[in-house]
Design a protein around this ligand. Sequence first.
Ligand SMILES: [Zn+2]
Length: 182
Amino acid sequence: MPDFVFPVAGMSWADFRERPELRGSDAGEPGRGGWHYQRSETHLHKGIDLKAPIGTPLLAVENGTAEFILAREGRSGGHRVRLTGASGAMYHYLHLGTDPAHPGDAFPAEFIDTGDRPVEVTAGTVIGYLGHTGGAVASGMSIPARAAHLHFQYHPQGGRDANPANLFDLIDTGLRIDGYVP
Ligand SMILES: [Zn+2]
């Protein structure tokens, strides 16, 4: 297993890079799923949206500790995973599973009851399943299967968010990216 892996199982950034239709949450706005797309005056989109079938396994990008966070009323994002990598980067995986009231298809069974306790994982560990909880269908979309996506957010050194595309480009090349700061 390489040091860093693409977060969507069975796919690579090459599958998404030239296909904007695989990004975004299907609200009909070009670019909507892109990094730093200004969705409204107050809503800057801080991640990249990656569309794939509901239930697609999502992988830990690097070795680290994962927290499995259940959907909460009034909070967007739905079921989510926060991964703190050995590199010091932080990653957010949002909209997991299909039912905000039940995490059964959001996380692997062994991770559902970990509460806020971080769990050690290695790069490539399945830490969640793609879905549409928490606002993935909030923009008038009524077809969850089409709107389902992973919202992936990347914070090098745990600080400000950076463009995940830069990280994905490096992962695709297979290079070690220890200490990489965009
Ligand atoms: Zn998003």
